[in-house]
Design a protein around this ligand. Structure first.
Ligand code: SAM
Length: 262
């Protein structure tokens, strides 16, 4: 029997930074990876991150939210010296397997929670990437500051942090009633906010076999994320709109922040 997601009697009360390890149960992760075709994802994202890192002259990258390895594998294939970290051992195991399957890449994986990153990961990097709307898993401002400070400390003096997030301003401001359904790779997987307030966005993932999973996330407002980055010490922050087109509207679905250390 595979472990099920556990949110208790009142799921909207679950607002803990450390809860992510219980949300990414193996059955959810496997389903996700089998339906979100990596080729299609690469097509929709294009070379956005690779071009960006090359433009900055980046050679070494720490992927702090490796997940199942999508970005780490792309970065290795593009020739970046990449280390792959994540707080979830299940995710890293899947990432390692994906690396060998997709072009025989041997991922250098390290299990590490962002709040104690420097304890478990060594070295300094030209860039840190935190992608796939991962930073949203942190629930307290203290933990957000701690994680950003850990990222900052692991960058070389002229390094950059590339961190993306869903456009929560649109979800919060357009209200719960006008909530949008996101379709990934056609209509196979639907993702929609099931509950939203200023402290929680509970997302519902529905798969074609009628299975349903959830993730509890903190709805980061774009300017708030930018402010935290600058308060932690990043000198200049550039924010890009969408690079992927899963959401047909004027509003971008995702934002990508590029924060410079010096
Ligand atoms: N970047 C991947 C992608 O785009 O497919 C994975 C994204 S997944 C939404 C978020 C990842 O962040 C998960 O693998 C989770 O284990 C990791 N994560 C969440 N909070 C974390 C924390 N505090 N420390 C380390 N990893 C964390």
């Amino acid at each position: 029997m595979q472990p099920a997601q556990k949110f208790g009697d009142n799921p909207v009360e679950v607002r803990e930074t450390g809860h992510y390890t219980e949300e990414y149960v193996p059955s959810f992760v496997e389903k996700w990876d089998s339906l979100i075709d990596w080729e299609k994802r690469a097509e929709s994202e294009g070379n956005f991150f690779i071009d960006l890192l090359r433009k900055w002259g980046v050679k070494s990258v720490l992927d702090v939210a490796t997940g199942t390895g999508f970005h780490s594998v792309r970065l290795l294939a593009a020739g970046f010296d990449t280390v792959s970290a994540d707080g979830s051992a299940d995710m890293l195991a899947m990432a390692f397997e994906n690396g060998t399957k997709q072009g025989g890449h041997i991922l250098r994986v390290v299990q590490a929670d962002w709040r104690w990153l420097n304890r478990d990961v060594h070295g300094e990097y030209d860039a840190i990437v935190c992608l796939g709307n991962s930073f949203t898993h942190i629930f307290s401002e203290r933990d957000r500051r701690k994680a950003l400070a850990e990222f900052y400390a692991m960058l070389k003096h002229d390094g950059i942090l590339v961190l993306d997030q869903r456009n929560y301003d649109a979800i919060l401001d357009d209200g719960y009633t006008s909530k949008h359904t996101y379709y990934y790779c056609g209509d196979d997987v639907t993702v929609e906010p099931e509950y939203v307030d200023e402290g929680l966005c509970r997302m519902r993932y529905h798969f074609p076999d009628d299975s349903t999973y959830h993730l509890n996330m903190f709805p980061l407002r774009k300017d708030y994320t930018r402010r935290l980055m600058s308060e932690v010490g990043f000198q200049h922050i550039e924010t890009y709109g969408d690079f992927q087109h899963t959401y047909r509207s004027d509003e971008p679905d995702f934002f990508v922040h590029v924060a410079e250390k010096e």
